[in-house]
Design a protein around this ligand. Structure first.
Ligand SMILES: NC(=O)c1ccc[n+]([C@@H]2O[C@H](COP(=O)([O-])OP(=O)(O)OC[C@H]3O[C@@H](n4cnc5c(N)ncnc54)[C@H](OP(=O)(O)O)[C@@H]3O)[C@@H](O)[C@H]2O)c1
Length: 223
């Protein structure tokens, strides 16, 4: 059931974030979209506000949180979509890859979420774009910084779900499929439209908290 009136999504300039923004707006939801440039190229909508934000930068996170508070809007659904994948073609973790991956996928995502918590409605939800690649049962030698940064994010999801249960806020880690985006590349089997429809299904139909939702199987799976 969709009782969501407002959503905030990060990384809305491209890929899954951009099309999910359009899907949410088409479903009648008011959207605050966060992009590093502060705009979405060649797109506008009456119910869309675009804020400038880099989630790997604490000052920038503070600025977004302040602007959301000033807007006086309560967010029913926070979607932590922004993410980077910088070492898909290697098996050797480097300091640069680990730092860049954790800065956005883990530290930045967690600090952004913490800053926005006062603006999230009791009974609302927080969705995190994770990946099947982060699960121990799917471990493989490639993409070490990406896998480790998202695995740490999964731990935050479970911990946060416990902390927020008294506010009735549902927290979910989600695998969007292997998707045809800048990150997923053109060999990916899933179109952005298919992925976005699957994510919307998770937003509107999942009733559990602290769990891992796989868009490929359209349901909850074990971590
Ligand atoms: N595509 C897949 O197959 C796949 C599979 C599993 C999980 N995921 C996850 O799904 C999410 C979206 O991926 P995608 O495929 O849509 O990737 P994408 O096309 O590369 O888009 C990533 C988005 O994140 C933004 N971003 C990156 N770092 C940011 C930061 N520090 N602050 C704010 N925005 C930032 C990018 O902004 P700029 O345009 O400014 O760079 C862009 O809007 C990611 O979390 C990814 O890990 C993707």
């Amino acid at each position: 059931m969709n009782n969501i009136k407002s959503a905030l999504i990060t990384g809305a300039s491209a890929g899954i974030g951009l099309d999910l923004t359009k899907k949410l707006l088409a479903e009648g939801i008011t959207v605050i979209a966060v992009t590093r440039s502060g705009e979405i190229l060649d797109y506008s909508h009456l119910e869309l506000t675009v804020l400038k934000g880099d989630i790997s930068n604490e000052e920038s996170i503070k600025s977004v949180a302040q602007q959301v508070s000033q807007m006086g809007i309560t967010i029913d659904c926070l979607i932590n979509n922004a993410g980077v994948g910088v070492d898909f073609d290697t098996e050797v973790p480097t300091a640069a890859a680990l730092n860049a991956s954790f800065a956005t996928n883990t530290t930045g995502t967690a600090l952004f979420t913490e800053a926005l918590l006062p603006n999230i409605a009791d009974g609302g939800q927080i969705l995190f774009l994770s990946t099947i690649m982060s699960l121990l049962r799917a471990a493989s030698a490639d993409s070490p910084a990406y896998r480790m940064s998202k695995a740490a994010l999964n731990m935050y999801v479970v911990m946060l779900s416990q902390r927020l249960s008294k506010r009735g806020i549902r927290v979910t880690a989600l695998h969007p499929g292997w998707v045809q985006t800048r990150m997923g590349g053109d060999k990916a089997p899933t179109t952005i439209e298919q992925s976005v429809n699957g994510i919307y299904k998770a937003i509107t139909e999942n009733t559990e908290t602290g769990k891992f939702w796989n868009v490929d199987s359209a349901g909850i799976e074990n971590y």
